[in-house]
Design a binder for this molecule. Sequence first.
Ligand SMILES: Nc1ncnc2c1ncn2[C@@H]1O[C@H](COP(=O)(O)OP(=O)(O)OP(=O)(O)O)[C@@H](O)[C@H]1O
Ligand SMILES: [Mg+2]
Length: 238
Amino acid sequence: MLEIDELAINYDQVEAVRKVSIAVGAGEMVALIGANGAGKTTVLHSVMGLLKPKAGTIRLKGENIVGAPSKRILDLGVALVPEGRQLFGHLSVLENLEVGYARKFGIRFDRAGFEGRVAKIDAYFPRIRERLKQTSGTLSGGEQQMVAIARALMSDPDILLLDEPSLGLSPIMMDTVLDLLVQLHGEGMAILLVEQNARAALRISERAYVLDSGVTTLNGRARALLRDPRVQQAYLGL
Ligand SMILES: Nc1ncnc2c1ncn2[C@@H]1O[C@H](COP(=O)(O)OP(=O)(O)OP(=O)(O)O)[C@@H](O)[C@H]1O
Ligand SMILES: [Mg+2]
């Protein structure tokens, strides 16, 4: 599904990502863990076509997408749930979903198609179902995260990139969000999950990569990494 090979990305002179290789198979759930500033967001932004790498390749379903416009990447079935949710806080929940839909289908999208898509994902989001008219900035943090995920799902992706979805949430809301990811994965969605909460991410993922100062240094089965002393010391506080 997604194959990142020897990726390097600079911001002007700053080397943010030096050597990143990550693969996510169809329907696979993979975690990317790393400290603040390790380059996690940078990697996701480059996959989405928001940043142009200095070196390396990014393949989606076999197609090299380095330099491709974001719309092409969206059309290939990738959707990003950005760090900090990035909802349009003054717009209603429904309007935020419309933005997600319009990204793929254009601003003159077919209303019936949109409503069909909302109905299709409705079951995942019991807490926001009754809040479609509410201004999204007035939702709780967890509800906003749900809307951010719902907005990403509007384009009917095959792979979902999530940037710290649990950040700032209460433990209960964190579980709700992570349970939703497990459910989506169970229904065939490929997921690349960026998390600072390494323990939670490793518990629900099949495989994982550790990103250390712009380099993917370790990878393996998530369960094995949970027991790896290097991971335990640096990321699990053990
Ligand atoms: N727009 C930018 N201009 C210059 N440097 C940047 C920019 N964005 C990020 N960086 C730098 O690139 C490096 C990687 O940043 P990035 O945001 O990808 O890390 P991260 O792993 O997502 O961190 P966090 O866990 O805090 O979200 C950092 O050193 C950061 O300061
Ligand atoms: Mg980040």
